[in-house]
Ligand binder design. Sequence first.
Ligand code: GLA
Length: 571
Amino acid sequence: MIISGACHYFRTHPDQWRTRLHWLRLMGLDTVETYVPWNLHEPSRGEFRFDGIADLELFLRLAAEEGLGVILRPGPYICAEWDNGGLPSWLTGRTGLRLRTSDPGYQAEVERWFGELLPRVLDHLETRGGPITMVQVENEYGSYGSDTTHLEWVRDLLVEQGIDVPLFTSDGPEDFMFTGGTVDGARATANFGSRPAEAFAELRRHRPDDAPFCMEWWNGWFDHWGDTRHTRDASEAASVLDEMLTMGASVNLYMAHGGTSFGVTAGANYEPPGAVAGGSFQPTVTSYDYDAPLDERGAPTPKFHAYREVIARHRDVPALEEFDEPLLPETTLLGEGTVVPLAGVFDVLAAAGREVTAPGPLSFEELGLSHGLVRYRATVRGPRTALPLSVDGLADRAQLVIDGRVEHVFDRNHPTTYDLEVPASGRTIDLIVESMGRVNYGRLVGERKGITGAVLHERQEVHGWAMTPLELGELPDLSGVGEIAGDGAGFRTFTFSASAPGDSYLDLSGWGKGYAWVNGFGLGRYWSVGPQLSLYVPRPVVVPGLNTVVLLELDDVGAAAPVLRPERVWR
Ligand code: GLA
């Protein structure tokens, strides 16, 4: 019987991995489970990254030191509310590829990536004295497709590359999911939140020889911008855990510690038309707290204690310790808490310089941009009377700027038009397009960002575009951009002083929509629609003394300097 918990190394600052793993063990777990996100490790084709928050081998060594086994889920598709379900946008932006199938173009890239990744994990397999006990083939393939040949190909690739610990698949407990998602030579497991007896009965019908294993026990849930926050009652959840352990089933808590989708790494969902009129794009919030037993900063919650008690009924659990991860002591806003404008976003885009021209608008992927903003500029010829301007194929949001002023905001979920009148001399329009998360589940995985269709004036396509991209995965270089005098959408900064590092939450209530960095570390996206109103600031990014916060505020909602709080703020 395995009692495991999911904790994604890529959602926790690496300096905090050790304590997170320690607390998982104190809860009574014997194993930690993690995905591996391809797009984190290969941000551009052929350029691999295994350092810092991408140092998978360090995470594996720390797990082993803590005495935890590891369940590894290398995908390469991982879902996980992670941008594009972990697939790199430079890959999915290629036209004609059939993702997650036997398409030779897709498989060649997977083979290249696994050829880079798998040799790094071989020494960490249990068969070589390491912690990895099981490795997953793909992820919930039955929720997606029925190309069994591809699933077999992924399985064989893992084996050929030297993975000699047990393989498994995981799927929702539905007939069609098990029939599409399971493969010979890999144990089948089930993903669900409640009613374990029914789910395991379904699993048994399909795989009578596979012992019951809940690979994703959804004991909490994630949140979308503009929606209400999801929580699950601790004692109700604990009783389901008890039910599973009493049956002798193995379980992986999804999540045991959720963490944060820092920077621009959060994913999104999409409800197809039929479920919602016109379909609906639902970007996922920055926090991946998941209402898990260890909260976003790693502190034990009532769920932690409830689960630990349940586990103690089934096996010995380690003695509890005090949780002593420091909270940020009193901070002082410097400069009387004044928020200083750094640079207007239009000026930054103008100074970015990397302008590309084309007759029609290009997508972010065609521009080689992962996430951020693109200024699309074109001149509409006149004279013409006021006619509706619309954006067909928008991902995800566009501010229409005319003569330096935001005149309208286009939103992919609520298509609108703007009446544009053009004088004889013509009119130059700018569309500042922002991407939110890439869809990580369902049909739209791999969709392109930016303007993927056309900008229409009445029925006529506007042609002759100049595009300037601004990457927001890292804090852009703002040197050389003139300071702006007043307000306006743009970068702002303020400083605070801390006597010692500690965890905190940057309270952005009162601000509009944007991005935040502390000492250059990308905390993630914020948005007044909630439900998340504060961003987690991990202790290791705070330094004693002077600390600098940069905000990119897109909606020009100015407010006082945000305060760092010891508690999270949810709507
Ligand atoms: C599925 C996926 C996970 C995650 C959960 C929801 O089960 O396999 O990666 O997306 O849904 O949190």
